[in-house]
Design a protein around this ligand. Structure first.
Ligand SMILES: Cc1cc2nc3c(=O)[nH]c(=O)nc-3n(C[C@H](O)[C@H](O)[C@H](O)COP(=O)(O)OP(=O)(O)OC[C@H]3O[C@@H](n4cnc5c(N)ncnc54)[C@H](O)[C@@H]3O)c2cc1C
Length: 299
């Protein structure tokens, strides 16, 4: 890994060795990334991709780590973080071109300032545009895919642009689950709105979140995808698992759809609790809950 660190450090300012992932994930857990690199430009992203290919080194791309559960052993190879270091918006009429590291809250607020909205439902989701497009993030009946026009991608072999209809957007799904491409930018089409109305809507939705969700504890949001015809939280509650704990990991007593870190949870405790919930819900209802949270790192 020293070689990857040395090569990347020659052209990119922020490259770190043995970087604790607990400082880069909303669960606040996770062992070290061998090398973490935080590029600022698309050119630097290309350098990272080419370096990983040249060294035949595994590469993991992340945004703000709000949908990740990283194991104690951490992540081998290079982690490329595209977050505040890779953020920016350019408005053009009703369209906005966003660098993929832009936080969703910044997008929503800056759009409202220009009397553009429609995406208020994204305002309380703590991730980046890149992570949101990868996940087709959504809430309160909206999904980011509905507003995407084009996605700008890159790989070690070159750049490409996919149109919305080529993204295979579905429930918490995009084509990016199947192809190892890095999102560098997203063009969204927004809807003209009143600034105050838009900001009010964001605040109302955020208040609903604060009321219903355990935002006071580290988590990765909803732990499981919504099963067909129901809600994960309801099934978990019906199975009597609200408040179930393994070490510092807990099925939230406020919202059973959230596994939270009550303090000092290890990744393995969080994973064990997720598996326990899956098994017991399956025994009780025949439904196998699929995690929405991505478990990454050496097991
Ligand atoms: C309190 C809380 C509430 C939440 N509420 C919601 C909600 O209402 N709705 C919802 O959908 N989600 C919600 N989430 C989950 C999470 O915020 C979203 O999935 C978000 O879109 C993830 O963005 P991120 O930047 O943190 O991505 P990360 O967690 O860093 O990564 C997620 C996935 O995207 C990939 N990825 C990230 N950036 C890129 C890129 N530039 N190019 C290619 N791949 C990339 C990663 O490899 C990974 O597979 C919530 C999370 C928390 C903690």
């Amino acid at each position: 890994m020293k070689e990857a660190f040395d090569i990347l450090s020659r052209s990119i300012a922020d490259v770190r060795r043995n970087e604790p992932m607990s400082e880069h994930t909303s669960f606040q857990v996770g062992g070290p990334a061998d090398v973490m690199v935080l590029p600022k430009t698309v050119e630097e992203v290309r350098i990272v991709l080419k370096t990983a290919r040249y060294l035949d080194c595994p590469l993991f791309v992340m945004g703000r780590g709000t949908n990740l559960l990283v194991t104690s052993k951490g992540i081998r190879g290079i982690v490329m973080k595209l977050s505040d270091n890779f953020s920016g918006l350019t408005f053009d009429g009703n369209s906005v071109m966003a660098k993929s590291g832009t936080p969703l809250s910044v997008l929503v607020r800056e759009a409202a300032r220009r009397c553009l909205g429609g995406v208020e439902f994204l305002g309380g989701i703590p991730g980046t545009l890149g992570g949101a497009v990868y996940m087709n993030a959504g809430a309160y009946g909206g999904e980011i895919g509905d507003f995407v026009e084009e996605v700008f991608l890159t790989s070690a072999a070159g750049d490409l642009v996919l149109q919305k209809n080529e993204m295979d957007f579905g429930y918490r799904h995009s084509i990016l689950a199947a192809v190892p491409l890095v999102v560098t930018g997203v063009r969204l089409k927004l809807i003209p709105c009143d600034e105050e109305e838009s900001l009010k809507k964001v605040e109302e939705l955020n208040a609903r979140r604060r009321e219903k969700q355990p935002l006071e504890y580290p988590s990765a949001g909803s732990t499981f995808k919504r099963p067909e015809g129901g809600y994960a939280g309801t099934l978990i509650e019906q199975t009597g698992l609200k408040g179930l704990r393994i070490g510092g990991a807990e099925v939230s007593t406020k919202h059973a759809g959230f596994v939270i870190n009550r303090g000092g949870a290890t990744p393995e405790e969080l994973i064990a609790l997720i598996e326990e919930v899956q098994t017991r819900v399956f025994q009780a209802s025949g439904v196998w809950l699929e995690p929405e949270v991505k478990i990454v790192g050496e097991r």
